[in-house]
Design a protein around this ligand. Structure first.
Ligand SMILES: [Zn+2]
Length: 400
């Protein structure tokens, strides 16, 4: 989510999404008008109090997010940003916790902060007994924090309760994506529940049945849509992770990776690798007799040698020597390979056996192609996404 950068909170970039101003204005107006009515206040006074209440309310949301953030930071996780938006706050974490136990503590820290604030405002209300209208404002803030803690404990992603549920399923199954899949299904159920409650409040389907409307509002409807959309997205990414579980770098290599032995003559290289090769590689990785990487050969470089000499010139003599390229081990889990491609921004990784023998090349395109082959094998190929061409590396077989 993007927004206007407001500053830093304990070193964490703090943003406000434009949608927040709408709800801030609304909250200020509602509290201001309530205060002026209940306490017969006039002039700008109730509006200033309304605005202060709204600011304290959003400070409560911010403290909730800082609760998540501090626990994450203690686990060595980077907190990329905290953003306030129309539905509350969002702490964006750089990565997932390492264990289900750690994930549990990050998730519950926010609601715990809210419950502590509830306790604090309740205690102020009881022991300090502030004069009106301040007593009412303190009571309101206690109530807001109670709701904030309780609502977020609803056990469906993307809510905190969903993350707690995820950590429990992760603990039981040993797979974090199982937890995500499970908790996001619950998130979708709660999303639909919110939409139905909200629609019911607006259009009154149940009025004739029960005589009263169930609680709900336009707001419930909007939150329902928000939950449904986010839960659907996380469910999808968990599904992809599930499909990739058990697969390795070797599974995702190009079946016909651009590899050639240094000791071939150019004629043999052309006959065996280039001519009739549908992949149409522009560049080949060159290996020595032990299968170790020693260079790369641009197919175009062969044009500098007359065809009549091709039997006498070796791949070795025409290749560009290279020391090394980013590589992965053949049995590295595919999920980690994708993380490496993302993190190192290296479009292609060489796949090596434990003895250093190069067996292929893996990149986004080859991963996508492998997933497509698997999907086609399951006769579900219709839904697969095509990868945009710009993600392809210089090794890519896609003709430009
Ligand atoms: Zn939270």
């Amino acid at each position: 989510m993007n927004g206007i950068r407001v500053g830093n909170l304990f070193g964490i970039p703090f943003y406000i999404n434009p949608s927040w101003f709408l709800v801030f204005g609304l909250v200020t107006f509602l509290y201001g008008s309530d205060l002026s009515r209940f306490f017969n206040l006039s002039g700008p006074y109730p509006w200033i109090l309304g605005m202060v209440t709204a600011l304290l309310m959003f400070s409560s949301v911010l403290l909730h997010e800082l609760g998540h953030s501090f626990v994450a930071i203690r686990q060595g996780i980077e907190v990329k940003s905290i953003t306030l938006f129309i539905f509350g706050g969002l702490a964006s974490l750089g990565e997932e916790s390492k264990t289900p136990g750690d994930a549990f503590w990050v998730a519950i820290a926010g609601p715990l902060v809210s419950f502590m604030l509830f306790g604090m405002f309740t205690a102020i209300g009881i022991f300090a007994n502030p004069p009106q209208p301040y007593g009412t404002i303190v009571g309101l803030l206690a109530y807001i924090n109670l709701i904030l803690g309780a609502f977020n404990l609803i056990p469906g992603l993307p809510l905190d309760g969903g993350n707690i549920l995820k950590s429990i399923v992760w603990k039981i199954t040993g797979k974090s994506y199982r937890g995500v899949a499970f908790a996001s299904r619950f998130g979708q159920i709660f999303g639909w529940a919110g939409i139905l409650l909200g629609a019911n409040a607006l259009f009154g389907f149940t009025e004739s049945l029960f005589g009263v409307r169930l609680f709900g509002s336009t707001w419930t409807l909007l939150i329902g849509f928000f939950l449904l959309q986010n839960a659907g997205r996380t469910a999808q990414s968990a599904e992809i992770q599930e499909q990739m579980s058990g697969l390795t770098a070797e599974d995702a290599m190009y079946p016909n990776s651009p590899l050639a032995s240094a000791d071939l003559s150019l004629r043999e290289f052309a006959n065996n690798h280039v001519i009739g090769n549908e992949a149409n590689w522009k560049k080949y990785l060159v290996t020595d007799a032990d299968g170790k990487l020693i260079g790369q050969l641009e197919v175009d470089a062969m044009k500098t040698v007359p065809t009549s000499d091709w039997w006498d010139v070796s791949v070795r003599s025409l290749m560009e020597p290279i020391q090394s390229l980013p590589s992965v081990s053949a049995n590295e889990p595919l999920i980690d390979v994708i993380a490496r491609i993302e993190k190192e921004k290296s479009p292609a990784l060489i796949v090596q056996q434990d003895d250093g023998r190069v067996i292929g090349l893996v990149e986004r395109v080859s991963i996508m192609e492998m997933m497509q082959r698997r999907a086609a094998a399951e006769e579900e190929s219709s839904q697969q996404e095509q990868l945009p061409e710009e993600n392809a590396s210089e090794f890519s077989s896609t003709p430009k």
